[in-house]
Design a protein around this ligand. Structure first.
Ligand code: FPP
Length: 249
């Protein structure tokens, strides 16, 4: 049976976040260059974006480039930037045909002018699309995001526009790069590694975690739907005794 049939269309997660890991190891295992791994990884991005859209996932967040990834060899960083620009251009028909709005979270000021221009163009062109938000985490890390939020909150408190007693979870949410969307219901990481790597630390407080053993280029629709079906079997209690499903309580 196809895993698409195993997906319960009445219980689709609203937000799925993905740590796309294993491009380099996939390439190495096949005697290919790391960049060939990233190029194959872009194919998977396209596949999973379509698969997510097909079942009505509203927000899909991809960890595409972490703050720490700047520490990779210069050639890999530049090649990844080139790939990103090419992708933003080439994937425009996919975004437009599927009603996909592109969003970016991260420290985008640090990108070169060509990357920033390509990003801005893609953001502007897709701004009115409303079926799914594809959120690229670029030059993103959760600690960067939390430090930025703390600074903004401190500035507002200092200026007298925010009273310390009004600093609560909602206030912090509003100062995060992800303020426009709900927390992830499901976080998937590929490649068998079982860690979070500075991704959405605040937002995944109650997310379900799913670790797939396959490298990102080998992650396909079936495996994605398998992860969603697995998520749908989980009993989310959010720290309480009763399940989120009132009928099950
Ligand atoms: C992890 O594999 C992947 C990345 C750091 C980049 C992910 C990028 C893409 C899928 C391409 C689309 C995004 C851009 C920015 C063009 P890895 O290199 O960490 O693999 P390894 O752990 O096996 O070395």
């Amino acid at each position: 049976m196809s895993f698409l049939q195993a997906v319960n269309m009445d219980k689709i997660p609203s937000h799925v976040a993905l740590i796309m890991d294993g491009n380099g190891r996939w390439a190495q295992a096949q005697g290919k260059s790391r960049m060939e791994g990233h190029v194959a990884g872009v194919e998977t991005v396209r596949r999973i974006t379509k698969a997510a859209r097909r079942i009505g996932i509203r927000y899909l967040t991809l960890y595409a480039f972490s703050t720490e990834n700047w520490g990779r060899p210069q050639e890999e960083v530049s090649a990844l930037m080139g790939l990103l620009v090419k992708c933003l251009h080439n994937e425009m028909p996919l975004f437009m045909e599927n009603g996909i709005r592109l969003r970016v979270i991260g420290q985008t000021e640090v990108f070169g002018p060509d990357v920033r221009a390509a990003m801005q163009e893609a953001l502007d062109k897709t701004a009115a699309n409303d079926k799914m938000d594809l959120v690229l985490a670029l030059s993103y890390s959760a600690r960067w995001e939390l430090v930025r939020a703390a600074r903004q909150i401190a500035e507002e408190a200092k200026a007298g526009t925010l009273a310390p007693e009004n600093i609560n979870a909602d206030c912090i949410n509003r100062h995060l790069a992800t303020a426009f969307m709900p927390d992830p219901d499901l976080l998937i990481r590929t490649s068998g590694e079982q860690r979070i790597s500075n991704f959405l630390l605040w937002q995944i407080a109650y997310s379900e975690l799913y670790f797939s053993p396959v490298y990102w280029p080998d992650f396909d629709e079936e495996k994605f739907y398998e992860a969603v079906a697995d998520f749908q079997q989980r009993d989310r209690r959010f720290g309480k005794i009763h399940s989120e499903n009132p009928h099950k309580a």
